[in-house]
Design a protein around this ligand. Structure first.
Ligand code: C2E
Ligand code: MG
Ligand code: MG
Ligand code: MG
Length: 286
């Protein structure tokens, strides 16, 4: 009965929710055409060493710029794509584009370590996800040092044996696997023991306030400690100012990513940045 009442309310009285559903529906329809219409592109955000400022690698971040409207955030359209097989077409496109770009930069002789790609939960459920990934790398003559993977904790928690052995295989062959938004998922520390990962990315919600919130600071310190004790690389994401950077360096995080250094940029901008630098070095301002 309660359920019925709830539904009645939603359907007949909640105009806002109704509008939101219509909006999502339209967006999904347009997203369905986005690949054919060449409306998707990748931006790249550098990750730099917290101590030398050297660019170590890039994170590929998907952008959707519809012809007939304003850009839509991946935080909005990825969850929509995940409701159907659309996520598979989009993920294929992302991996192909990241590989193509990595190979191009390699051929151009640009100093560059790696491009990391975000994998979503639904994407991992595809039985041939790893095979496709590896085929794509092979097609472009790329290896474990060229393309890395970012997964959220929840993806790992939900992972079945097929996914785990696929990740283990990649890990054994030297691929870098990072846990994204670390500390925000529904996870226990137990999984750090079993899952084949190489890096933790501390979520930016902790980084944002750590310089004046003791609890955020404590969580960050604990994450760096446990990460290093497990032999993992620790990355701080969302670094926006020098106070945050200062603290991150004190804590001995390895890498930082954030607007304080670089925003996500188009491929051309990255090329200018990398070719203007001596062996990929940028001096720290502080
Ligand atoms: P994420 O993987 O955690 O990516 C980091 C997000 O933080 C990016 O947002 C980036 O632009 C933003 N960011 C970086 N530095 C700063 C900073 O200093 N301050 C602030 N306020 N934000 C910063 P973006 O590009 O909007 O992406 C949002 C999320 O969408 C990503 O979070 C990721 O979960 C998802 N996403 C993006 N591209 C892809 C993709 O190709 N595939 C999948 N499955 N998900 C993607
Ligand atoms: Mg990410
Ligand atoms: Mg992240
Ligand atoms: Mg995030």
């Amino acid at each position: 009965r309660a359920k019925l009442d709830g539904r009645g309310q939603v359907l007949f009285f909640n105009q806002k929710l109704h509008d939101e559903l219509v909006h999502q529906h339209r967006l999904t329809d347009r997203l369905d055409q986005a690949i054919e219409n060449h409306e998707l592109l990748l931006h790249y955000q550098p990750q730099v060493s917290a101590y030398t400022g050297r660019i170590e690698n890039l994170e590929a971040l998907l952008r959707w710029e519809p012809r007939d409207g304003p850009p839509v955030s991946p935080a909005e359209f990825i969850p929509l794509a995940e409701r159907s097989d659309l996520i598979h077409r989009i993920s294929d496109w992302v991996i192909e584009e990241a590989c193509r770009q990595r190979a191009r930069w390699r051929d151009a002789g640009l100093a560059l370590e790696r491009i990391d790609v975000n994998f979503s939960g639904r994407q991992m459920n595809r039985p041939d996800v790893f095979q496709r990934f590896e085929e794509c790398l092979q097609r472009h003559g790329l290896g474990p040092r060229d393309i890395g993977i970012e997964l959220t904790e929840n993806v790992l928690i939900d992972a079945n044996e097929r996914i785990l052995s696929g990740l283990r295989r990649l890990h054994d062959r030297g691929f870098r696997i990072a846990i994204d938004d670390f500390g925000t998922g529904y996870s226990s520390l137990n999984y750090l023991k079993h899952f084949p990962v190489t890096a933790l990315k501390i979520d930016r919600s902790f980084v944002r306030d750590a310089h004046n919130q003791p609890k955020d600071r404590a969580i960050m310190e604990a994450t760096v400690f446990i990460g290093h004790r497990l032999g993992l690389e620790v990355v701080a994401e969302g670094v926006e100012n020098s106070e945050q950077l200062e603290l991150i360096r004190e804590m001995r995080c390895d890498l930082v990513q954030g607007f304080y250094f670089f925003r996500p940029m188009g491929a051309n901008e990255i090329e200018r940045l990398l070719s203007g630098m001596v062996a990929g070095t940028k001096t720290l301002s502080s």
